[in-house]
Design a protein around this ligand. Structure first.
Ligand SMILES: NC(=O)C1=CN([C@@H]2O[C@H](COP(=O)(O)OP(=O)(O)OC[C@H]3O[C@@H](n4cnc5c(N)ncnc54)[C@H](OP(=O)(O)O)[C@@H]3O)[C@@H](O)[C@H]2O)[C@@H](O)CC1
Ligand SMILES: Nc1ncnc2c1ncn2[C@@H]1O[C@H](COP(=O)(O)OP(=O)(O)O)[C@@H](O)[C@H]1O
Ligand SMILES: [K+]
Length: 499
């Protein structure tokens, strides 16, 4: 149920369902009924409902909802954007079954409605809203009415979450079969309100047949590969993660990451510290170990210990050739890598260099965890990446370009694998927007890599756990809280509560 369908994939699902014997008009009837159900679930019979229908099948769903709501006792007004004679196919049939008056869109009075059903544009949105459509959407947004969007708020691009000109701000959205990327990606998510998925008879087999590559990030699909210590576990079987510390004035970030790795279950975690910062790190660490490691040569010597199997490089590491050499040293020794912060900025404009790193890794994976600023820095010369049509597609293009798993962070973090799989995260809280939160995420990811979780799934799990920890702490959250919130999050996860 966590697949996210593009408009093209939804059309394919629709076509296959119709080919298997369910007429399109039946699908539309079920879609319209789900919208009517959403209205009648929350509003008493007799309430005035304005239904705004557009020129395509989204409008058709609106006509069905109008007919059903009248039979249930609601006071329904319908306004149509476009000409009734121009309606085609199932939408024309649904309009013909509506026996009430149809006003022109220009005559609609959204400000007088208690409830507005937005059935203007859905999956067929093809360009920016302008003219009468734009005026109508702005009137809806200024109305104060409770707005129920059909499929997706009109003006929001279902594939990218972008606002095309202007977009309806809905309180609820009723979509069909599965959600669409635009329900999760910003700014679309902010326009959708509560999203409900209605079953209109598109089967799980039809969806499975489409081999959907994008999902909402959810434990259900990575939980089976989440590392859980066996009864006879000992610490070396749970992996040894290492975090490279910055210099004497920049050690805290590494310690945050290290604590995240330890709480995520790595058996041992060591902070590899420049000798000058050793005392500072040692004074602050207990369960996490600390070792003096001097530059790339020191790291090479340290990595003679073959039990070290995952590294975090980047938090407060410093931008420049010294950090790059550390990355190259670790990659050459094929340890799983999480590159964050300064390690990413050390590859500004050099996605090719990161491709070399991923290429050197063999089967061990590399996870890159850029925020938007770092992402723009790395890929500034890759127009296919920076100009991809959505955050989802930018992350996917970046993964393909580098051969690394990309975690493109933010309120709608996207995790993408080089093979095209991608997930959009939806748990979390804006309280995570605090210094050091990203360092903890990098550490959690390394902790999971150390336990041999496959890199894409480790990245997805890390993002989810980090966000869940953030939700659990909530107001007042500081980065130090995140690792400490993990035991409770993990307990629920492993008990299956979140599935
Ligand atoms: N697939 C399924 O399984 C099911 C789908 N269902 C429903 O169908 C919906 C998709 O229907 P759809 O494909 O007819 O497209 P829709 O969103 O109505 O818009 C197309 C119309 O809008 C117009 N138009 C576009 N942009 C515009 C703009 N900026 N400004 C002005 N006009 C613009 C465009 O005009 P044109 O580009 O042709 O000039 C065309 O006339 C889907 O969201 C769901 O609600 C359900 O019934 C259940 C089964
Ligand atoms: N508004 C938000 N909602 C949810 N998560 C957020 C939000 N803002 C930031 N985050 C998350 O917080 C973390 C911040 O990381 P980052 O930008 O690297 O900050 P820092 O470098 O200070 O640690 C990321 O995991 C990001 O996804
Ligand atoms: K709509």
């Amino acid at each position: 149920m966590h697949e996210l369908l593009t408009s093209g994939e939804m059309r394919a699902a629709d076509a296959r369902t119709i080919a298997a014997g369910t007429p399109g008009r039946v699908l539309m009837e079920r879609a319209g009924r789900a919208v009517a159900d959403a209205v009648s679930a929350r509003h008493p019979v007799g309430t005035r409902v304005l239904i705004l229908c557009g020129p395509g099948n989204n409008g058709g769903d609106g006509f069905v909802a109008a007919r059903l709501l009248v039979t249930r006792g609601y006071r329904v007004e319908v306004a149509l954007l476009g000409e009734r004679e121009a309606l085609k196919g199932d939408a024309a049939l649904a309009a013909a079954d509506w026996k009430g008056p149809v006003a022109a869109a220009a005559a609609a009075r959204p400000d007088e409605a208690r409830i507005i059903v937005d059935a203007l544009f859905g999956a067929g949105l093809a360009r920016e809203l302008d003219g009468a459509a734009r005026t109508l959407v702005e009137a809806v947004n200024g109305s104060g009415a409770h707005v129920v969007a059909v499929d997706i708020p009109s003006g929001i691009d279902g594939d990218s979450g972008a606002i095309r000109g202007t977009g309806v701000r809905a309180h609820e959205t009723v979509t069909f079969a599965r959600r669409k990327p635009g329900h999760l990606l910003l700014p679309g998510r902010l326009h959708c309100g509560h999203v409900r998925v209605a079953d209109i008879g598109i089967s799980d087999d039809v969806i499975a047949g489409l081999a959907i590559g994008t999902r909402a990030n959810h434990p259900a699909w990575w939980r089976p590969q989440f590392p859980v210590p066996a009864l006879d576990a000992h610490k070396y079987r749970r992996g040894h993660a290492v975090v490279i510390s910055g210099g004497i004035a920049g050690t805290g970030a590494a310690r945050l990451a290290a604590r995240g790795a330890l709480r995520a279950g790595a058996g041992l975690v060591t902070v590899a510290s420049p000798p000058a910062a050793l005392a500072v790190n040692a004074a602050q660490l207990t369960a996490v170990m600390v070792r003096p490691v001097d530059g790339a040569d020191g790291l090479a010597a340290f990595l003679e210990d073959s039990r070290i199997n995952a590294l975090v490089i980047g938090p407060a590491a410093g931008v420049g050739p010294a950090t790059r050499r550390m990355v190259e040293t670790a990659a050459g020794r094929q340890r799983a890598l999480v590159l964050d912060a300064d390690a990413l900025s050390s590859f500004a404009g050099d996605a090719e260099g990161l491709r070399g790193i991923a290429g050197a890794m063999g089967r061990s994976g590399v996870i890159l965890t850029p925020h938007e600023g770092e992402f723009a820095r790395i890929f500034k010369d890759q127009s296919d990446v920076v100009n991809a049509p959505s955050k989802l597609e930018r992350a996917r293009a970046a993964a393909a370009a580098t051969g690394a798993v990309i975690v493109l962070k933010g309120p709608d973090t996207v995790i993408a694998a080089p093979d095209g799989r991608a997930a959009i995260n939806e748990n979390g809280t804006p309280w995570l927007a605090t210094a050091g939160a990203g360092d903890v995420l990098a550490g959690i990811a390394a902790g999971l890599l150390a336990q041999a979780m496959p890199p894409f799934l480790a990245a997805c799990a890390a993002v989810w756990l980090h966000a869940a920890a953030g939700e659990r702490v909530g107001p007042g959250l500081i980065a130090e809280d995140l690792p400490e919130a993990l035991p409770a999050v993990l307990r629920d996860l492993l008990a299956g509560i979140d599935e």
